[in-house]
Design a protein around this ligand. Sequence first.
Ligand code: ADP
Ligand code: GLC
Length: 487
Amino acid sequence: MNIVFATAEVSPIAKTGGLGDVCGSLPKVMAKLGHDVAIFMPLHRQARDWFERTGAPIEEAIPTTQILWANWAAEASYFRSELPGTDIPLYLVANEHFFNREQIYAPRADGYDDGIERFAFFCRAIIRACELLGITPDILHAHDWHTALLPLYLSSGLRGGPTFAATRSVYTIHNLNYQGIGRAAQFAALGLHGRYWSPDALEHFGEVNLMKGGIIFADQVTTVSPNYAHEIQTPARGAGLDGVLRSLSFKLTGIINGIDIEEWNPEDDPNLASTYSDERLTGKALSKRALLREAKLRFRGKTPLVCFISRLVDQKGVDLLIPALSHMLRAGAQAVVLGSGESRYEDALSRVGEEQGDRCRVWIGFDNALSHRIYAGSDMLLMPSIYEPCGLNQMYALRYGTLPVVRLTGGLVDTVIPFDGTNADEATGFGFMTASPQDLFIATWVGMLNYRDASVWKRLQANGMSRDFSWDRSAIEYDAVYRRALA
Ligand code: ADP
Ligand code: GLC
């Protein structure tokens, strides 16, 4: 099969979260299954910096082209590289005005949020590139709201031309709460026939909703865990689209994300001073000491080190974390936090870091190498998510022998088995249900109590470290979805 991935993020080139990780690793396994894969992403400033920093080869793919759509014209420059460590073609779409921004999802310099326009441009530029490069995809795999327009464009006439005559679309929801919502007036910027301005298409309560359109027009829809696929069909977690998803559940599949087990491998992680395995955990103890040094925290024997690594947004349960953290520190834990996002959370967490500097270190920022050292050096990872489509952090933590404390929602239910005192043969972490700081604290405290029992702790660590989170199984499920789309 000829598969084209269309995504706003690809790790390690430009990422803000798990979307980047998935689009940086799923293409590799699809290629391993024998498919021809190509990836399209915008040349964000972050991506440009990455190429400059690493010196990875990048060349012009096609001469700069005018993209015409609706009443717009904008220039697309196309660069070609390869997904790092593979020979999978990676096409980067450049446009100074749309993509050369400090942050990947920043609004325009004057504050206007032109997300709808710039990602409409990105989708039109992908279409034009396929035509010019002679790529005739069997599957166009779009991810999240940024590329949700592709299934619509496909169904609105593109299949009449030779490039896309046989193309089917698969649309993956990584996070239903970011829908690509715009004002009614922005519909005109999409270049779609007026019939798409309808509740059966892009219109949602008087606004443009790209996610809704993607769901309706894709041949197959997936989301990133079976439990989340179920949750988003309920009013509580459907973010206003549960009705649409229920009525189209026949084409919705939940497939758990895998992780890139080469990038995330404690036995061979270039970011760690001491590597380790589940049979020889000395390197983990050394990683903890190194991390404490880096965090300027004193090493204290028998003291658990908890960590939190996240985008700082309400989804991640930062409102539960902040009050619970003080209680954890008082109960004897040490903590390290790495995150960036909303300034109210950055400020509040920085304050905890300042006030409790002898027990807690807070890093505000985005630092992939540091995140590896934190997963390796910590004893527990906190993930009190309000909702979590899949979550990758808990899988990285498990692989690094760091026990996750999770709120039992979304993909966290599918990936963590909470310890209940009787299931040491299979448990991999700790869990709680109610989204309250108290329950987060209690679950962490249960973890802290068990930490004192080295034999139990070792068993739980071994259970997590031996779990298979590779993409192999999920890749086969994606393959089946692609076949259903083509059928
Ligand atoms: P989401 O995509 O909702 O943010 P995931 O758990 O799927 O959540 O993926 C988060 C990814 O982003 C992980 O790879 C995690 O390590 C990374 N990450 C989040 N915040 C930071 C940060 N401040 N610095 C480095 N990596 C981060
Ligand atoms: C989203 C979700 C996260 C998921 C990631 C990759 O960002 O919030 O749960 O793991 O996408 O699919």
